[in-house]
Write a protein that binds this ligand. Structure first.
Ligand code: UDP
Length: 362
């Protein structure tokens, strides 16, 4: 069975690495990797291929940054040629980026079955570009691989058939478990002058948080409260970097105590998460990783497509509410923040279960 995997952006690499590694254990699978080039700078790319042991892509589509429409269209145009040349039995897409949607549209119309890993997540916030990508991808993909019970409910409600839905667990957690020992051997804390459980980690990149200068400034002021209690290390996403630079030119001040760095590689970042007293984020993947590690996480959003991290794990939604952040920070400092447990099937074996589904179909 020939599988064609598609990656485009940072959160895709961990998921595809897990699936490719599981399929590589069975010689009946032939695998091809296509990189759309949605994320292209080295800090968001090369280091992840090295850290995760991903093979070099067989095809690189070089689409780069562009508007939502242009980026999606560029992936579609370039991907169609690759698909016709490679003629895979299945196309495998992960997550919710524009490349996920674009590759799915092309493959389904070419009559190639598509498997969507991380299907059924819904924030119910259609202002998020990712939510549109999730809904459309799930409505036309053939195989839907889920990591939590509510994902199945969403898919059934949207008219997908029970037989297409496979509850397999979380491939992001597969990657975490596979690389945790290596991450713990890194020197990421020393490099930034941090001590275990003595700092917070911050990531921010959702357009709703970073695109509007006034919103960004308000958020940073709230994060300044945290920085008064402990150092906050802030690996800055390229999108956020551009917005911060523009806002600084207009006179915005970044609170002292926020330590800005370039984006971290995967292993260093996992070590930082693992050693953190607290994580503040608007990332989807980081909400899951902190739940898997049992590290307190405050999510700087009003909603999440991953509610299981709040119900079972260590995540609390705080939006951009200063009082809520202060309250939760006090609970963390007092050791009263519930660190939860891992949701069912977040056990490092999700990709193996996906491969079993394919093997049964051979
Ligand atoms: N990540 C990383 N370095 C960083 C920030 C994040 O390796 O500086 C990893 C993180 O561990 C997670 C993934 O990137 O696995 C999340 O990606 P991102 O937040 O860009 O996307 P989202 O999950 O929000 O779609």
């Amino acid at each position: 069975m020939k599988l064609l995997h598609v990656v485009g952006a940072r959160p895709n690499y961990m998921k595809v690495a897990s699936v490719m590694r599981a399929a590589a254990a069975d010689p009946r699978f032939d695998q091809v990797l296509v990189h759309t080039g949605q994320h292209y700078d080295a800090a968001m790319n090369d280091v992840f291929f090295a850290d995760l042991g991903l093979p070099a892509p067989n095809h690189y589509l070089n689409v780069g940054s562009a508007s939502q429409a242009e980026q999606t269209a560029k992936v579609m145009l370039a991907f169609e040629g690759v698909l016709k040349k490679e003629r895979p039995d299945r196309v495998v897409v992960v997550g919710d980026v524009n490349s996920t949607l674009a590759a799915t549209l092309v493959a389904v119309k070419e009559g190639v079955p598509v498997d969507h890993v991380e299907a059924g997540l819904r924030s119910f916030d259609r202002r998020m570009p990712e939510e549109i990508n999730r809904i459309v991808t799930d409505s036309i993909a053939d195989g839907l691989y889920t990591h939590s019970p509510e994902a199945r409910e969403h898919l059934l409600r949207e008219g997908r058939d029970e037989s297409q839905i496979h509850f397999v667990g979380n491939v992001m957690v597969d990657a975490l478990d596979a690389h945790l020992a290596a991450a713990r051997g890194r020197h990421a804390l020393e490099a930034d002058g941090l001590v275990p459980k003595g700092y917070a980690v911050l990531t921010l990149h959702r357009p709703s948080n970073v695109d509007e200068p006034a919103t960004l400034e308000r958020l940073l002021a709230i994060l300044g409260d945290v920085a008064e209690q402990m150092p906050v290390i802030f690996p800055v996403h390229p999108r956020t970097h551009a917005r911060l630079e523009a806002a600084r030119k207009e006179g915005m001040r970044v609170p002292a105590g926020l330590k800005l760095t370039p984006p971290k590689g995967y292993l260093d970042f996992v070590q930082l998460l693992d050693g953190a007293k607290l994580v503040l984020t608007d990332s989807g993947g980081v909400q899951e990783e902190t739940t898997a590690l049992g590290v307190p996480c405050l999510t700087l959003r009003e909603n999440t497509e991953r509610p299981i991290t709040c119900e079972v794990g260590s995540n609390v939604l705080v939006g951009r509410d200063r009082d809520k952040v202060r309250r939760e920070l006090a609970r963390v400092l007092a050791g009263e923040f519930p660190t939860g447990k891992r949701p069912p099937l977040w056990d490092g074996k999700a990709a193996e279960r996906i491969v079993e589904v394919w093997a049964r179909a051979m």
